[in-house]
Design a protein around this ligand. Structure first.
Ligand code: BES
Ligand code: MN
Ligand code: ZN
Length: 497
């Protein structure tokens, strides 16, 4: 989807769908008077009757005559004081999702100036571009006979004031790049395990490297053995699909120390010998969502080329049971050198990440952020609303949390207090890969911390936020693409952009 901007009286916008975002309240914004007059007062009527209240995600569709827009969609932003780039992004997504359902190939979107609540023109441009692309997304690649073919929404035009156009365009450039990365992430997430294998992820990384000029390194099983990535290899040994360890490098920052992003790439997590119940096991194709977020972020980086160095690392494997699979009780040696007693083969994410956290030291990173669908426990703790955030460095934790705030991908901290380290004591090895029943997400975080040495680090547990099991007003069921916006905000801030 492409985004553009135009300045025109609302009644004169020639579009199949004009979406107007409004905050909660019974007064008709003065900015709508011109449109309202042209359509014979229906806009004012729907507001003054209270039929449309402006609540978050609320919509009212009107078919006015006397004006150029084929349809007018009022979209609620929620409480006036809460309006932000996040609520605007969401309203744009709601509008675009409706546009797709209506079969409209184009949509125009505007936020009533009275409702803006101080959101800058740049943020408006970015949020509208991100939101519209998010809402319009649908995955149809694998349907041979689509149930109800709907055209793609090809473009969104933001209606704004002439004097804001320049700033809006700056924001839209970022928003379009984020949307492209986000789209890649979601498409990868959605692909089933038999298509999206570790080598497939490596191929997609190669496409990105070729397209944007990133440096790419890919290790196969033989090379991983040479590198002694024993923990990643232990997870991979049950599968006929070869593991891959993928490293992408964007160099925009000269000699500066890079930011490293590490994404969990388990392309299917059956649990291994500690096999999962059959119910919803198909969702474990989403266990490469962290990897997908890293690849999507590189698409965004390729488009924006910020002046900063970024390394992306993806340990990729399946987790399957077989006659040669790793077993509970087995002890393996990690790349770092610590030995691990594998209590539960379903705690595989931490095993593949620990070798990446060890390997990343060679880049002398300024900061390392890993992103992983690591624990079911984070869904219990925070639901589908927030990312679980842990780490070893308060300033970096705050910086990531603030990036998440701007991105509308909120993080909430969980403590890595010393007492929790006891959960991982092993009788036989340096540590075990699974604690008891309590504090599951923290045990996962603490495990990773044991392999962090010499750099500030944050761990993001996205098991609750990577995908949804139902449809929302702002997005289709399935992958959310979480991480791309947060990483982009983080990196652009570091680049001083
Ligand atoms: N991939 C799962 C975590 C997960 C659960 C992601 C639900 C998305 C939704 C992870 O590999 C896993 O199985 N974790 C175990 C850890 C336990 C064995 C210590 C879990 O959460 O049960
Ligand atoms: Mn697992
Ligand atoms: Zn997993």
């Amino acid at each position: 989807m492409t985004s553009g901007a135009a300045s025109a009286p609302l009644s004169q916008v020639d579009t199949p769908l004009l979406a107007v975002a409004l905050a909660q309240g019974s007064a008709v914004p003065a900015s709508l008077a011109e449109l309202d007059r042209a359509v014979g007062g229906v806009v004012a009527r729907v507001i003054t009757t209270g039929d449309f209240k402006g609540k978050r995600d609320e919509t009212t569709l009107l078919y006015p005559s006397g004006a150029k827009p084929g349809r007018v969609l009022l979209v609620g932003l929620g409480k006036p004081g809460d309006v932000s780039r996040n609520t605007i992004r969401r309203a744009a997504a709601v509008a675009a999702k409706r546009a797709r359902a209506l079969g409209a190939k184009q949509l125009a979107f505007t936020v009533a100036p009275e409702a803006r609540n101080g959101v800058s023109a740049r943020d408006l441009g970015q949020a509208a571009a991100e939101g519209a692309a998010h809402g319009a997304w649908a995955f149809t690649e694998l349907k041979a006979t689509p149930d109800e073919p709907k055209p793609e929404v090809e473009g969104v035009t933001l209606i704004c004031e002439q004097k804001e156009m320049k700033e809006v365009a700056i924001g839209q450039r970022v928003g379009d790049a984020v949307a492209a990365g986000h789209r890649l992430t979601r498409n990868l997430q959605m692909l089933p395990g038999n298509v999206c294998t570790p080598s497939y992820l490596a191929e997609r990384a190669k496409q990105l490297a070729d397209q944007y000029g990133f440096t790419l390194t890919v290790f196969d099983r033989a090379k991983l053995e040479q590198e002694r990535m024993g923990a990643l290899l232990a997870v991979a040994q049950g599968s006929d699909q070869e593991p891959r360890f993928i490293v992408l490098e964007h160099r925009g920052g000269g000699d500066a120390a890079p930011v490293a992003l590490i994404g969990k790439g388990v392309t299917f997590d059956s649990g291994g010998i500690s096999i999962k119940p059959a119910q919803n096991m198909e969702d474990m194709k989403f266990d490469m969502s962290g990897a997908a977020a890293v690849l999507g972020t590189f698409e965004t980086l390729g488009l924006l080329k910020p002046k900063v160095n970024v390394v992306g690392l993806i340990p990729a494997t399946e987790n399957l049971p077989s006659g040669h699979a790793v077993k509970p009780g087995d002890v393996v040696k990690s790349h770092f050198g610590k030995t691990i007693e594998i209590i539960n083969t379903d705690a595989e994410g931490r095993l593949i990440l620990c070798d990446a956290l060890s390997y990343v030291r060679r880049f002398k990173p300024a900061a390392v952020i890993d992103i992983a669908t690591l624990t079911g426990a984070v869904v219990v703790a925070l639901g589908q609303v927030a990312i679980g955030e842990m780490g070893n460095d308060e300033p970096l934790l705050a910086e990531v949390r603030e990036a998440g705030e701007r991105a509308g991908e909120r993080c909430w901290p969980l403590p890595l207090w010393d007492e929790y380290r006891d959960l991982l004591k092993s009788d036989i090895a340096d540590l075990k890969n699974s604690g008891g029943r309590g504090a599951g997400s923290i045990a996962g975080g603490w495990f990773l911390r044991e392999f962090v040495e010499g750099y500030p680090w944050v761990h993001l547990d996205i098991a609750g936020t990577a995908y949804t099991d139902g449809e929302g007003p702002q997005q289709a069921k399935g992958p959310t693409g979480v991480g791309v916006r947060l990483f982009t905000e983080f990196i652009l801030k570091r680049a001083g952009a």
